[in-house]
Design a protein around this ligand. Sequence first.
Ligand code: ADP
Ligand code: F6P
Length: 323
Amino acid sequence: MSNKVGTIGVLTSGGDAPGMNAAIRAVVRVGIARGIKVMGIQKGYNGLLSGDVRELTARSVSDTVQRGGTILQTARCLEFLKPEGQQRGADMCKVFGIDGLVVIGGDGSFQGAEKLANLGINTIGVPGTIDLDIACTDYTIGFDTAVNTAMDAINKIRDTSTSHERCSIVEVMGRNAGYIALWCGISSGAELVLIPEKPRMSDEEIIKIILENKNVGKKNFIIIIAEGIGGSEKLAKKIQQITGIESRATILGHLQRGGSPSAVDRIHASMMGAKAVDLLCEGKAKRVVAYVKGQYVDYDINEALAMQKDIDEYMYEVSNLLV
Ligand code: ADP
Ligand code: F6P
């Protein structure tokens, strides 16, 4: 089979996620194995616009599969939101002879990829975000590591919470998505999970649940709050004031975005990176790689961006029954 592309670029865009390096490595090594030249673009669309582009060899990605962050670095590029920026991006691809581009990132990055595809650059999106909030796929690179990192931290908070018989409010990442919170809630045995996809529970309802748990003999109380809900410090103060139970808030923050990727993230990232290259070799453009019901598949970017993803109702219900 002859390749439909000769030189491809790869970039990471939006928030970084553990496993992005495994995806870059797969793009580079599968690309080279297929006889393609691979160019690494630094700092997302910013690097494309500034020409921060260099050839990557199989050795450029040595010793990276286990590393967190992204060796290509990432950025949010405001200039790329404008048609002039997108046209410049397409022109820069031509300057470097890039006829195919792999964009590893979230929905926003895919919108940029779609614009480049409309300007004649074959683009393929690879879902990379710890938030799991890309509708077309059951899996996004970084989610598994982020949940495990948060879960480890919550285990530690639970130890001290039990010692002091406290209520611990733990805020996890997810501005618009509650997947990390929900998975952490179930895996950490939280008493309550608050996520942006559900109507905000009133402070009075939250306090009622804590008191019910206290009455059945619980010695500590863990409440997981998604970042999109926020207000954890204020809630801790209110719980303490009304119930008399000492309460503390912890915001886990960016530690959830770092660290060595889990095996699950490394494998999905490697497979998705490889599939992106093979789609380009087949002459495909404007596609997003996805993992659906155990298979690696691909969708048209616009179709993927139009999809909606709802929180799993049964999972949410179960999270509230495991207390
Ligand atoms: P994510 O990819 O994680 O969703 P962002 O939404 O921050 O992250 O998007 C990352 C980058 O993708 C933006 O900084 C911008 O450069 C590009 N981008 C986002 N939305 C668009 C758009 N509508 N058109 C063109 N580029 C976009
Ligand atoms: O999209 C990933 C994510 O980590 C979100 O969970 C979070 O809301 C956001 O990025 C934080 O972005 P920043 O690193 O710009 O603070």
